[in-house]
Design a protein around this ligand. Sequence first.
Ligand SMILES: NC(=O)c1ccc[n+]([C@@H]2O[C@H](COP(=O)([O-])OP(=O)(O)OC[C@H]3O[C@@H](n4cnc5c(N)ncnc54)[C@H](O)[C@@H]3O)[C@@H](O)[C@H]2O)c1
Length: 392
Amino acid sequence: MTKQLNVGMIGAGFMAKAHSVAYVSMPMFFYPAPAKINKKIIVDSNELLAKEGKEKFDFELWSTDWRDVVNDSDIDIVDICVPNNLHYEIAMEAIKAKKHVFCEKPMAISSAEAIEMYEATKQYNVKTMVAYNYRKTPAVLLAKKFIEAGDIGEILDFRGTYLQDWSADPNAPLSWRFDKKISGTGVLGDIGTHVVDIIRYLVGEFDEVNAHMETYIKERPIQEFSADKLGMHIMDSSVEKRPVTVDDYCNFSIKCKNGAFGTIEATRNAWGRKNYITFEIHGTKGSIYFDYENRDKIQVCFANDPADRRGFRTIITGPDHPYGSNLWPIPALGIGYTETKIIECYEFINGIVNDKPTSPNFFDGCQIELICEAIIKSSQTSQWEKVQVLSQ
Ligand SMILES: NC(=O)c1ccc[n+]([C@@H]2O[C@H](COP(=O)([O-])OP(=O)(O)OC[C@H]3O[C@@H](n4cnc5c(N)ncnc54)[C@H](O)[C@@H]3O)[C@@H](O)[C@H]2O)c1
């Protein structure tokens, strides 16, 4: 009989929806699934959202206190889908109670918190996953396959972007994402870290960074509702405004340990860009280009093609590509955000049930926090700053 794992989800907003869909769908894509997931309890400090979350996402129970979940002996997995400042406390309690932890990104609001969280996972021997799900896009996994096979040779340089426009209007509301005490950083932690994760995964560990960060829109109208509206409801300009205490823009150069050099740029104020995650990686034998707004495709150019036909070719991912046979039987039906969450969910559950390594785990999440710390320091000193690299 298929094993069953009970999940307790903390937070009933945007990510609760994405994770709930993945728990239901994963066994249909990865059949037979390593385990079925029983959506046992959902928690939100907002009672209305907790009750609604139970119905909408089909949980057995609801609560407004996350401690009910982490101390419940029935719970196998604690799934953290709340704002960033709560990840540390919830994860630490959950790990000490020997629960496996699926934590949304960024893992914490400081590297000090993240290091403690990582150390605790080693002490209590639990499985973790930090939800940098974009690296699970089949086209990104295909890029990894090309790089590992040596198809583009030694990596020389790269550039990555994550550009959105949902906060470009100055009257987009001041949600928790603009409050340093809750979010830790702004665009850097919220979206820049996804590209940091992808570049670390594809190119290698960061050695030094040189960064520039800006806050263009210095105050925004207050948002009363707890879950972030992500700029969907532009406020009347007469609503009281409060200061934005995080960055809206960051741009940094990176030197990797293996000598590769590159840049990453992130903003949520780039009109016209919706979820523009891109990377272009140049090696001694070829190049790879990816754009998440066209995420079924990857472009590759190989130097050893005959000169008269050398150039970028487009590969549309499908059943022949990573996880393709689990997804859809023909290419170009359209890979979406949900598929990345389903693959992430499968790898986490498979890791728990079959004692396999999970990735990105709390080691990776922690290393990304150390990179963010160096980026922030460099934006203050205007100098290259070394990234502390942990040993596993
Ligand atoms: N991987 C991704 O692509 C991705 C995308 C969006 C958000 N995230 C991350 O997911 C996390 C949640 O973001 P979101 O967009 O779902 O936020 P959200 O604002 O939509 O939802 C957060 C929910 O947490 C609840 N909450 C706040 N304090 C609480 C507490 N003490 N106890 C219980 N519930 C509490 C709020 O009421 C709200 O409903 C963040 O860390 C964010 O960075 C990741």
